[in-house]
Design a binder for this molecule. Structure first.
Ligand code: MLT
Length: 203
């Protein structure tokens, strides 16, 4: 059996749903497993490790400075992650229509990129502290996509206005978007979890 292209964790679940967990800068494939379990006890968890190293910190794509992305690298890495999602779905028998991406910060930004560039791969996502990663040349058709976004009003890294900008972009592509701006910074809070869990329970 050939190895899948990303180091990852896969924990089987008891329902048809799989959460695709995408960590933030400096994290790895183990980081979001407890969060995934907290969000949904029954779902399978698929958690790849970002393949870019920035001063020893793992990420999903290169950046030139804080909030300034290497767009060529972002496009290439998003394609690679999309290919991994397809290959892992075949390997583990994952129903992709039941997959929900759960991304934090850098992980939220690569998930948003997949929604924008590879909408056939992913239709559901929970994005914690995202920004607009890129503007696609052609707006994707996200007519049946559903996205939950949570920004922090006091976030010193991700301007919460970016969360709203991303919500507008996804909405203009037809997605059903739920946006929450919380009294929080960049880190996740119990309120993030409560709201995301509530959203997930209705999907
Ligand atoms: C990013 O690079 O994706 C964002 O700036 C968030 C971060 O990872 O610090």
């Amino acid at each position: 059996m050939t190895a899948l292209p990303f180091t990852h964790q896969y924990l089987p679940g008891e329902s048809g749903r799989t959460l695709l967990l995408l960590h933030g800068t400096g994290g790895d494939e183990n980081d979001l497993l407890p969060l995934g379990r907290e969000l949904d006890q029954a779902s399978a968890l698929l958690s790849p490790r970002g393949q870019v190293l920035e001063n020893g910190h793992r990420r999903f794509f290169r950046r030139l400075a804080e909030g300034v992305f290497d767009l060529e690298d972002l496009r290439r890495r998003a394609q690679e992650l999309a290919d991994f999602i397809v290959a892992a779905s075949d390997r583990y028998g994952i129903a992709r229509e039941e997959m929900v991406a759960v991304g934090y910060s850098n992980g939220a930004n690569i998930a948003a990129t997949i929604l924008l560039l590879h909408p056939e791969i992913l239709r559901r996502a929970i994005l914690f502290r995202p920004i607009v990663p890129l503007i696609p040349e052609v707006l994707p058709d996200l007519a049946d996509a559903r996205v939950f976004l949570a920004g922090g009003k006091e976030d010193p890294i991700m301007n919460p206005g970016e969360t709203t900008r991303l919500a507008d972009l996804l909405q203009s592509a037809g997605a059903e978007v739920t946006t929450e701006l919380l009294d929080a910074g960049h880190g996740l809070t119990p309120t993030d979890l409560v709201l995301a869990k509530r959203w997930l329970a209705t999907r």
